[in-house]
Each structure stands twice: as C-alpha cells, then as structure tokens.
Design a binder for this molecule. Structure first.
Ligand code: PAN
Ligand code: ZN
Length: 180
C-alpha cells in the first residue's frame, strides 16, 4: 500500500503541497486600534504564519482545505496580536477550528455585528457557522497554534473587516485579557 506523505505532528503540518505564508504587521494596517503604537513597530515583524494543504484547486465544490496557523505572542499598544479575520466569500460556508498549543480567544461576529468570544486552548474544538466572521487572538505569552478545516470553495472576504472590523477588541488590562 502507498503511504501518505502528509503529516501533522507536534502542531507542524508537512507534506509536498503544503504552502507556507507569513503575515507581517504591515499587512494588518488599520486593524489595530492604537495607530501610534502601530507606527512605532517594524512592519516586517511576523504576526502569524500559516501552513495550508489544498488537495484540490481553490474553489472546488465539495473539496476541503486543511491549515495550521501559528500566532506569535505580542501586542500593538495594549491589543493582542491576532489574525486579520474574515467572512467567507461564499457566506454560508462553515469551518472547524481547534486549539493545539497556547491560549487565546476566537472572536465570532454575526452579520448584525454581534461579537462573542470562545476560549481556544489545547484540545478545544470550535464550529464556526456560515455567515460568521472569525478571528483568533493570542492572549498568552507563548505561540498559539490552531488547526482549521474549511470548504475549498469558501473563499475569503477580507474587505468588509478592513472597513468595519469586529465590534469587540481583546486588550491586555492589568495583565489579563478583556473582551471590550
Ligand atoms: C484560516 C485562516 C487563518 C489566517 O485558515 O485563513 O487562520 O487568518 P486570516 O485568513 O483571517 O488572515 C481560515 O479561517 N480559513 O478559512
Ligand atoms: Zn475561514
């Protein structure tokens, strides 16, 4: 029998078609509240890395993608490092996230702009329904790793987050995360 070349060990995804991408601070311009603190930081700084396995072409109906995101610890002013966040382009497409290492908060925002948070920690599983924007925030002092599985035809709509953002932010207040 032929063995599969894809492996997922110790939070690291490997295999011949795995794509690695880094998200630099400069690519998250406008998302953090403290513009002054943002300007003082290097735009070259990596906020998170993503490893994605796309076994089928982007947009394939019925296909699934598998990814791992690694968010580094840090803040912009008092706001924790986080992913850009998005709705899916095909809005009804859902997704699974699960915690692997580190701790944080998954922000879920519905179409009416109501935002709620779920704790991400090793072993936690999160079902993200369709029509729901999702963003992950690293509230710990270590790297936060989480897995994701989503439909290959979901696509990403980042534009609406660029303009309206999420209705809540996660900030470090007295050394503790607060959803404000
Ligand atoms: C994830 C995200 C990944 C990075 O794979 O794309 O965590 O977050 P942003 O895409 O918001 O930068 C996912 O939700 N895919 O649909
Ligand atoms: Zn998604």
């Amino acid at each position: 029998m032929r063995s599969n070349d894809f492996m997922f060990i110790n939070g690291q995804l490997s295999g011949p078609e795995v794509i690695h991408k880094s998200k630099h601070l400069s690519q998250l311009k406008g998302l953090f509240e403290d513009k002054h603190a943002f300007q003082q930081m290097s735009g070259e700084q990596v906020v998170y890395d993503i490893d994605v396995w796309r076994p089928v072409p982007d947009g394939t109906e019925g296909g699934l993608f598998f990814g791992v995101t690694h968010i580094y610890p840090g803040t912009v002013g008092d706001e924790y490092f986080m992913t850009h966040g998005h709705f899916h382009k095909v809005e009804n497409r859902g997704e699974y996230y699960w915690g692997i290492e580190g701790k944080g908060l998954l922000l879920l925002m519905d179409k009416e702009g109501n935002t709620r948070g779920e704790d991400i920690k090793p072993g936690s599983i999160h079902y993200i329904p369709g029509f729901t924007a999702h963003r992950v925030v690293n509230t710990g002092s270590e790297v936060l790793r989480f897995g994701a599985c989503w439909p290959a035809d979901a696509g990403h709509n980042y534009a609406s987050i660029n303009t309206t953002g999420f209705s809540k932010r996660v900030k470090k207040v007295d050394n503790k995360p607060l959803l404000l």
